[in-house]
Design a protein around this ligand. Sequence first.
Ligand code: SF4
Length: 351
Amino acid sequence: MEITRRDFIRSSLLVGGSLLFSPTPLPAVQIKRNQWQPAYEKLEKQGKLAQRIEQAYSIFEHCQLCPRQCGVNRKKGEKGFCQAPVKPVIFSYHPHFGEEVPITGQNGSGTIFFSNCNLRCVFCQNWPISHEGRGDEIRDEDLAEMMLKLQKIGCHNINLVTPTHVMPNILSATRIALKKGLRLPIFYNTSGYERLEILKILDGIVDIYKPDMKYMDADMAEKYSGGASDYPEVAKKAILEMHRQVGVLKSDENGFALRGLMIRHLVMPNRVAGTEKFVQWVAKNLPKDTYVNIMAQYRVEYRAFEYPEIARGITVQEFLEAIDWAKKYGLINLDSKSVMICKIYERRQSG
Ligand code: SF4
Protein backbone atom coordinates (compact mmCIF):
# COMPACT_ATOMS: atom_id res chain seq x y z
CA MET A 1 0.00 0.00 0.00
CA GLU A 2 1.33 3.44 -0.89
CA ILE A 3 1.68 5.80 2.05
CA THR A 4 1.57 9.51 1.32
CA ARG A 5 3.30 12.19 3.35
CA ARG A 6 -0.14 13.57 4.29
CA ASP A 7 -1.06 10.13 5.73
CA PHE A 8 2.18 10.13 7.63
CA ILE A 9 1.65 13.54 9.24
CA ARG A 10 -1.99 12.79 10.04
CA SER A 11 -1.05 9.53 11.75
CA SER A 12 1.65 11.26 13.78
CA LEU A 13 -0.92 13.73 15.12
CA LEU A 14 -3.52 11.05 15.80
CA VAL A 15 -1.08 8.87 17.65
CA GLY A 16 -0.11 11.81 19.87
CA GLY A 17 -3.75 12.37 20.80
CA SER A 18 -4.64 8.73 21.27
CA LEU A 19 -1.76 8.15 23.64
CA LEU A 20 -2.87 11.04 25.79
CA PHE A 21 -6.48 9.95 26.08
CA SER A 22 -6.23 6.16 26.14
CA PRO A 23 -4.83 4.10 28.99
CA THR A 24 -1.26 3.18 28.13
CA PRO A 25 0.71 0.70 30.22
CA LEU A 26 2.52 2.54 32.97
CA PRO A 27 6.23 1.92 33.50
CA ALA A 28 7.32 0.41 36.80
CA VAL A 29 7.23 2.97 39.63
CA GLN A 30 10.77 4.08 40.20
CA ILE A 31 10.16 6.92 42.64
CA LYS A 32 7.20 7.26 45.02
CA ARG A 33 5.77 10.73 44.66
CA ASN A 34 5.38 11.27 48.38
CA GLN A 35 9.02 10.37 48.93
CA TRP A 36 10.31 12.67 46.19
CA GLN A 37 11.49 16.23 46.59
CA PRO A 38 12.81 18.54 43.88
CA ALA A 39 16.58 18.67 43.55
CA TYR A 40 16.65 22.45 44.06
CA GLU A 41 14.83 22.09 47.39
CA LYS A 42 17.53 19.74 48.65
CA LEU A 43 20.23 22.16 47.49
CA GLU A 44 18.51 25.05 49.27
CA LYS A 45 18.40 22.99 52.50
CA GLN A 46 22.15 22.43 52.13
CA GLY A 47 22.55 26.23 51.88
CA LYS A 48 24.08 26.04 48.39
CA LEU A 49 21.41 27.41 46.04
CA ALA A 50 22.07 31.13 46.70
CA GLN A 51 25.77 30.61 46.04
CA ARG A 52 25.03 28.94 42.69
CA ILE A 53 22.81 31.87 41.68
CA GLU A 54 25.57 34.33 42.51
CA GLN A 55 28.07 32.26 40.52
CA ALA A 56 25.68 32.11 37.53
CA TYR A 57 24.86 35.82 37.60
CA SER A 58 28.53 36.81 37.56
CA ILE A 59 28.86 35.10 34.15
CA PHE A 60 26.63 37.79 32.60
CA GLU A 61 29.49 40.30 32.96
CA HIS A 62 31.61 38.39 30.44
CA CYS A 63 29.02 36.08 28.92
CA GLN A 64 30.21 32.52 28.53
CA LEU A 65 26.89 30.86 29.22
CA CYS A 66 27.15 28.77 26.08
CA PRO A 67 29.88 27.44 23.79
CA ARG A 68 29.78 30.64 21.69
CA GLN A 69 31.57 32.34 24.64
CA CYS A 70 30.93 35.83 23.24
CA GLY A 71 32.43 37.57 26.28
CA VAL A 72 29.96 40.49 26.12
CA ASN A 73 28.82 42.30 29.26
CA ARG A 74 25.10 41.63 29.26
CA LYS A 75 24.64 43.52 32.52
CA LYS A 76 25.73 46.66 30.61
CA GLY A 77 23.33 45.91 27.74
CA GLU A 78 25.83 44.36 25.32
CA LYS A 79 24.45 41.57 23.15
CA GLY A 80 26.17 38.47 21.83
CA PHE A 81 25.28 35.89 19.18
CA CYS A 82 21.97 35.02 20.86
CA GLN A 83 20.90 38.71 20.92
CA ALA A 84 19.49 38.21 24.41
CA PRO A 85 19.31 41.06 26.92
CA VAL A 86 20.12 40.45 30.58
CA LYS A 87 16.44 40.12 31.54
CA PRO A 88 14.58 37.06 30.24
CA VAL A 89 12.25 37.66 27.31
CA ILE A 90 9.18 35.43 27.45
CA PHE A 91 7.01 34.69 24.44
CA SER A 92 4.37 32.64 26.26
CA TYR A 93 3.73 30.29 29.16
CA HIS A 94 0.98 27.68 29.36
CA PRO A 95 0.27 23.94 29.79
CA HIS A 96 1.66 22.06 26.79
CA PHE A 97 0.01 18.80 25.69
CA GLY A 98 2.38 17.86 22.86
CA GLU A 99 5.43 16.72 24.81
CA GLU A 100 6.40 13.12 25.51
CA VAL A 101 3.74 11.19 27.48
CA PRO A 102 5.69 11.09 30.82
CA ILE A 103 6.15 14.87 30.56
CA THR A 104 2.68 15.84 29.34
CA GLY A 105 0.84 13.57 31.81
CA GLN A 106 -2.85 14.41 32.26
CA ASN A 107 -2.66 18.12 32.95
CA GLY A 108 0.10 19.18 30.61
CA SER A 109 3.67 20.30 30.95
CA GLY A 110 4.07 23.80 32.42
CA THR A 111 5.91 25.31 29.49
CA ILE A 112 7.71 28.65 29.41
CA PHE A 113 9.00 29.73 25.98
CA PHE A 114 12.09 31.92 26.21
CA SER A 115 12.83 34.16 23.24
CA ASN A 116 16.23 34.27 21.50
CA CYS A 117 18.55 31.29 21.05
CA ASN A 118 22.26 30.48 21.05
CA LEU A 119 22.05 28.01 18.15
CA ARG A 120 19.77 29.68 15.54
CA CYS A 121 19.12 26.80 13.12
CA VAL A 122 18.00 27.63 9.56
CA PHE A 123 15.06 25.19 9.89
CA CYS A 124 13.86 26.53 13.27
CA GLN A 125 10.13 25.91 13.80
CA ASN A 126 9.99 28.67 16.45
CA TRP A 127 11.88 31.26 14.41
CA PRO A 128 9.72 34.30 15.32
CA ILE A 129 10.60 33.59 18.96
CA SER A 130 14.13 32.23 18.68
CA HIS A 131 15.50 34.38 15.85
CA GLU A 132 13.46 37.55 16.11
CA GLY A 133 13.26 37.65 19.89
CA ARG A 134 9.52 38.37 20.03
CA GLY A 135 8.13 38.57 23.55
CA ASP A 136 8.30 40.70 26.68
CA GLU A 137 11.18 41.36 29.03
CA ILE A 138 10.30 40.39 32.58
CA ARG A 139 11.89 40.34 36.04
CA ASP A 140 13.01 37.16 37.79
CA GLU A 141 10.15 37.72 40.27
CA ASP A 142 7.66 37.61 37.36
CA LEU A 143 9.24 34.40 36.07
CA ALA A 144 8.81 32.89 39.54
CA GLU A 145 5.11 33.87 39.50
CA MET A 146 4.68 32.13 36.13
CA MET A 147 6.17 28.94 37.56
CA LEU A 148 3.77 29.11 40.52
CA LYS A 149 0.75 29.71 38.27
CA LEU A 150 1.67 26.67 36.15
CA GLN A 151 1.93 24.59 39.32
CA LYS A 152 -1.42 25.93 40.58
CA ILE A 153 -3.28 24.81 37.44
CA GLY A 154 -1.94 21.28 37.81
CA CYS A 155 1.00 21.07 35.38
CA HIS A 156 3.44 18.26 36.13
CA ASN A 157 6.74 20.06 35.62
CA ILE A 158 8.28 23.43 34.73
CA ASN A 159 9.32 23.05 31.09
CA LEU A 160 11.98 25.64 30.23
CA VAL A 161 12.23 25.87 26.44
CA THR A 162 15.58 27.27 25.19
CA PRO A 163 16.91 28.07 28.67
CA THR A 164 20.68 28.27 28.07
CA HIS A 165 21.12 32.03 27.62
CA VAL A 166 18.85 32.86 30.61
CA MET A 167 20.07 30.21 33.03
CA PRO A 168 21.01 32.67 35.82
CA ASN A 169 17.51 34.21 35.71
CA ILE A 170 15.98 30.73 35.85
CA LEU A 171 17.96 29.80 38.95
CA SER A 172 17.05 33.04 40.67
CA ALA A 173 13.34 32.63 39.78
CA THR A 174 13.35 29.02 40.94
CA ARG A 175 14.62 30.03 44.38
CA ILE A 176 12.02 32.80 44.66
CA ALA A 177 9.29 30.34 43.63
CA LEU A 178 10.59 27.63 45.98
CA LYS A 179 10.15 30.00 48.91
CA LYS A 180 6.54 30.50 47.81
CA GLY A 181 5.83 26.77 47.47
CA LEU A 182 7.15 25.52 44.11
CA ARG A 183 7.56 21.73 44.21
CA LEU A 184 7.61 20.67 40.53
CA PRO A 185 10.57 19.12 38.72
CA ILE A 186 12.58 21.53 36.57
CA PHE A 187 12.59 20.21 32.98
CA TYR A 188 15.58 21.69 31.12
CA ASN A 189 14.53 21.63 27.46
CA THR A 190 17.71 22.50 25.55
CA SER A 191 19.24 22.23 22.09
CA GLY A 192 22.14 20.35 23.68
CA TYR A 193 24.59 23.15 22.85
CA GLU A 194 25.79 23.46 26.44
CA ARG A 195 29.14 23.97 28.16
CA LEU A 196 30.21 21.45 30.78
CA GLU A 197 31.24 24.23 33.18
CA ILE A 198 27.72 25.66 33.03
CA LEU A 199 26.03 22.28 33.44
CA LYS A 200 28.01 21.75 36.63
CA ILE A 201 26.32 24.86 38.09
CA LEU A 202 22.97 23.15 37.36
CA ASP A 203 23.98 19.94 39.12
CA GLY A 204 21.48 19.44 41.95
CA ILE A 205 19.00 21.98 40.55
CA VAL A 206 17.63 20.39 37.37
CA ASP A 207 15.66 17.16 37.78
CA ILE A 208 14.94 16.33 34.14
CA TYR A 209 17.24 17.13 31.26
CA LYS A 210 15.93 17.00 27.69
CA PRO A 211 18.75 17.77 25.26
CA ASP A 212 18.38 17.51 21.49
CA MET A 213 21.03 15.67 19.53
CA LYS A 214 20.59 17.41 16.20
CA TYR A 215 23.53 16.22 14.12
CA MET A 216 26.48 13.87 14.36
CA ASP A 217 28.44 15.61 11.60
CA ALA A 218 30.36 18.88 12.16
CA ASP A 219 29.75 20.06 8.57
CA MET A 220 25.98 19.76 8.95
CA ALA A 221 26.03 21.63 12.25
CA GLU A 222 28.16 24.36 10.74
CA LYS A 223 25.93 24.73 7.71
CA TYR A 224 22.54 24.64 9.39
CA SER A 225 23.18 25.96 12.92
CA GLY A 226 24.99 29.26 12.73
CA GLY A 227 28.49 27.90 12.13
CA ALA A 228 28.44 25.70 15.25
CA SER A 229 30.77 23.05 13.85
CA ASP A 230 31.62 21.94 17.40
CA TYR A 231 27.96 21.06 18.08
CA PRO A 232 28.27 17.24 17.78
CA GLU A 233 31.25 16.97 20.14
CA VAL A 234 29.89 19.58 22.56
CA ALA A 235 26.42 18.00 22.70
CA LYS A 236 27.82 14.49 23.23
CA LYS A 237 29.87 15.66 26.23
CA ALA A 238 26.88 17.62 27.56
CA ILE A 239 24.59 14.59 27.33
CA LEU A 240 27.07 12.40 29.21
CA GLU A 241 27.30 15.03 31.96
CA MET A 242 23.50 15.31 32.17
CA HIS A 243 23.28 11.53 32.52
CA ARG A 244 25.94 11.58 35.24
CA GLN A 245 23.81 14.09 37.17
CA VAL A 246 20.33 12.57 36.85
CA GLY A 247 20.63 9.04 35.38
CA VAL A 248 17.97 7.37 33.24
CA LEU A 249 14.38 8.61 33.33
CA LYS A 250 12.39 7.71 36.44
CA SER A 251 8.66 8.13 36.93
CA ASP A 252 6.12 8.11 39.76
CA GLU A 253 3.04 5.92 40.36
CA ASN A 254 1.16 7.67 37.53
CA GLY A 255 3.95 7.38 35.00
CA PHE A 256 4.84 11.09 35.27
CA ALA A 257 8.54 11.82 34.93
CA LEU A 258 10.31 13.07 38.04
CA ARG A 259 13.99 12.79 37.28
CA GLY A 260 16.37 11.68 34.55
CA LEU A 261 17.53 12.18 31.00
CA MET A 262 15.48 12.15 27.79
CA ILE A 263 17.12 12.73 24.41
CA ARG A 264 15.31 14.07 21.34
CA HIS A 265 16.54 13.46 17.84
CA LEU A 266 14.74 14.92 14.82
CA VAL A 267 15.04 12.78 11.70
CA MET A 268 15.99 15.05 8.79
CA PRO A 269 15.73 14.51 5.04
CA ASN A 270 18.65 12.90 3.22
CA ARG A 271 20.12 11.58 6.49
CA VAL A 272 21.37 15.05 7.41
CA ALA A 273 20.91 14.38 11.16
CA GLY A 274 23.14 11.26 11.09
CA THR A 275 20.52 9.12 12.79
CA GLU A 276 22.35 5.80 12.52
CA LYS A 277 25.49 7.27 14.08
CA PHE A 278 23.34 8.86 16.80
CA VAL A 279 21.65 5.65 17.95
CA GLN A 280 24.97 3.80 17.70
CA TRP A 281 26.57 6.44 19.95
CA VAL A 282 23.77 6.25 22.53
CA ALA A 283 23.94 2.46 22.59
CA LYS A 284 27.69 2.53 23.14
CA ASN A 285 27.92 5.36 25.68
CA LEU A 286 24.70 5.30 27.71
CA PRO A 287 22.46 2.61 29.22
CA LYS A 288 20.28 0.87 26.63
CA ASP A 289 17.18 2.02 28.55
CA THR A 290 17.98 5.70 28.04
CA TYR A 291 14.74 7.43 26.95
CA VAL A 292 15.16 8.38 23.29
CA ASN A 293 12.54 10.19 21.23
CA ILE A 294 13.19 9.80 17.51
CA MET A 295 10.92 12.43 16.00
CA ALA A 296 9.17 12.48 12.64
CA GLN A 297 7.94 16.06 12.60
CA TYR A 298 10.60 17.81 10.53
CA ARG A 299 9.02 20.63 8.50
CA VAL A 300 10.48 23.04 5.98
CA GLU A 301 10.47 26.20 8.10
CA TYR A 302 12.22 29.57 8.22
CA ARG A 303 15.13 29.49 5.70
CA ALA A 304 15.23 25.71 5.12
CA PHE A 305 13.85 26.15 1.59
CA GLU A 306 17.15 27.84 0.64
CA TYR A 307 19.00 24.53 1.18
CA PRO A 308 17.94 21.85 -1.33
CA GLU A 309 19.07 18.98 0.92
CA ILE A 310 16.58 19.93 3.66
CA ALA A 311 13.91 21.64 1.54
CA ARG A 312 11.39 18.80 1.89
CA GLY A 313 9.74 16.81 4.67
CA ILE A 314 11.04 13.35 5.54
CA THR A 315 9.66 10.27 3.82
CA VAL A 316 8.01 7.34 5.56
CA GLN A 317 11.03 5.21 4.67
CA GLU A 318 13.40 7.70 6.29
CA PHE A 319 11.44 7.48 9.54
CA LEU A 320 11.10 3.69 9.48
CA GLU A 321 14.82 3.19 8.89
CA ALA A 322 15.55 5.47 11.88
CA ILE A 323 13.42 3.33 14.21
CA ASP A 324 14.92 0.15 12.74
CA TRP A 325 18.44 1.42 13.48
CA ALA A 326 17.47 2.23 17.08
CA LYS A 327 16.18 -1.32 17.54
CA LYS A 328 19.17 -2.84 15.73
CA TYR A 329 21.60 -1.14 18.14
CA GLY A 330 19.56 -2.34 21.11
CA LEU A 331 17.82 0.78 22.45
CA ILE A 332 14.89 -0.37 24.56
CA ASN A 333 13.27 2.85 25.80
CA LEU A 334 12.05 4.58 22.65
CA ASP A 335 9.27 7.15 22.88
CA SER A 336 5.91 5.38 22.69
CA LYS A 337 4.43 7.75 20.08
CA SER A 338 7.31 7.15 17.67
CA VAL A 339 7.09 3.40 18.09
CA MET A 340 3.33 3.45 17.51
CA ILE A 341 3.64 5.53 14.32
CA CYS A 342 6.25 3.06 13.11
CA LYS A 343 3.96 0.07 13.81
CA ILE A 344 1.03 1.67 11.96
CA TYR A 345 3.14 2.11 8.83
CA GLU A 346 4.75 -1.30 9.01
CA ARG A 347 1.25 -2.82 9.19
CA ARG A 348 0.02 -0.72 6.27
CA GLN A 349 3.04 -1.63 4.18
CA SER A 350 2.66 -5.35 4.85
CA GLY A 351 -1.13 -5.11 4.24
S1 SF4 B 1 24.47 33.03 25.89
FE1 SF4 B 1 24.43 34.46 24.16
S2 SF4 B 1 25.84 36.10 24.69
FE2 SF4 B 1 26.24 34.40 26.09
S3 SF4 B 1 27.88 33.25 25.15
FE3 SF4 B 1 25.98 32.31 24.44
S4 SF4 B 1 25.44 33.35 22.52
FE4 SF4 B 1 27.01 34.58 23.56
